[in-house]
Each structure stands twice: as structure tokens, then as C-alpha cells.
Design a protein. Structure first.
Ligand code: HEM
Length: 126
């Protein structure tokens, strides 16, 4: 009865915990830079920096024991005029990266469901 609630890190574990997220973000950021639709928006991005931010953010989002210290999503994407098609392109690049890392479809969908609400802060153009 007095047991403290266990943090639910099932999704984090399914993603392979920290090493799994690091490997995934390496593939993801490389895919973003190479993407014909949105690659240009990441041309000045330092891959190692963005990967680190994304590892921490996805760790938190999936219930892992991390702290995300980057900008909130609204501030991070302010002035970028990101539209829905660009947002969807990023999601596709993430799906391709998750496939490449052999992440099960159900796990993929759970992660995407937790990222989806961020569209409100990221998309600022039509
Ligand atoms: C669910 C969707 C998204 C998530 C979770 C996400 C996450 C992040 C994170 C964590 C950062 C780092 C913030 C910081 O440095 O403090 C970032 C930066 C950035 N994001 Fe996003 N983002 C998303 C969508 C997008 C989209 C759709 C685009 C453009 C097509 C985009 C372009 C960028 C760019 C250009 C940066 C700056 C990278 C740099 O040069 O340091 N993001 N994003």
C-alpha cells in the first residue's frame, strides 16, 4: 500500500535503453541531414550535439532516467516556419531509422504517439 509508484520505463527498455537510443539517434540525425525534403534545414546542425539532445529528450519521453536540458520544443523551433509536410517528413525519417534498428512496430507506434502532441509547438507555418 505504501509502495512508491514504479516509474514506467517499459518503452525506454523496448527502445534498448541508453545504448539503443544513442544508436537510433545516430541513424536518425544522419537521415535528417540526408533527406531531400528537410535536409537543408539541418545543414548547419552539429550532428553530435543534436543527437545528444534527442537521446536525452527521447529518454525522458519514453520513461527513462534522464534529464533533458535542451530548449523546449516551442523555443527550439521558433522562427523555422516548419509546416505539416516537414513535420511528417521528420516522422518518416524516424520510422526508417527505427526500421533500420529493428525496433518492433508496436514500440515504434508507442514512441510516435508520445511525440505527436509536440506538433503544436513545432509547426508554425502552413
Ligand atoms: C516531434 C518532432 C520533433 C522533435 C521531437 C524535435 C526535437 C528537437 C530537439 C530536442 C532539438 C534540440 C533543441 C536544443 O538544442 O535545445 C531540436 C532542434 C532542431 N530541430 Fe527539431 N524536433 C522535431 C521536429 C522538427 C522538424 C519537423 C524540423 C524541421 C523540418 C526540425 C528542425 C530542427 C532544427 C533545424 C533544430 C536545430 C538543430 C541545431 O542546429 O542545433 N525539428 N529539435
Amino acid at each position: 500500500q505504501s509502495t512508491a509508484p514504479m516509474p514506467n520505463d517499459a518503452l525506454y527498455q523496448a527502445l534498448g535503453a541508453k545504448p539503443g537510443l544513442q544508436a537510433l539517434m545516430e541513424v536518425f540525425v544522419a537521415g535528417l541531414k540526408a533527406d531531400p525534403r528537410i535536409g537543408v534545414q539541418f545543414k548547419d546542425t552539429k550532428s553530435s550535439y543534436l543527437q545528444e539532445q534527442l537521446v536525452d529528450q527521447f529518454c525522458v519521453v519514453s520513461g527513462g532516467p534522464c534529464k533533458y536540458e535542451g530548449a523546449d520544443m516551442k523555443a527550439a523551433h521558433k522562427g523555422m516556419d516548419i509546416n505539416k509536410a516537414q513535420f511528417n517528413a521528420l516522422v518518416e525519417v524516424l520510422q526508417v531509422a527505427m526500421d533500420a534498428r529493428n525496433i518492433p512496430f508496436a514500440t515504434q507506434n508507442q514512441l510516435l504517439a508520445r511525440l505527436a502532441p509536440m506538433h503544436r509547438d513545432v509547426i508554425t507555418a502552413h
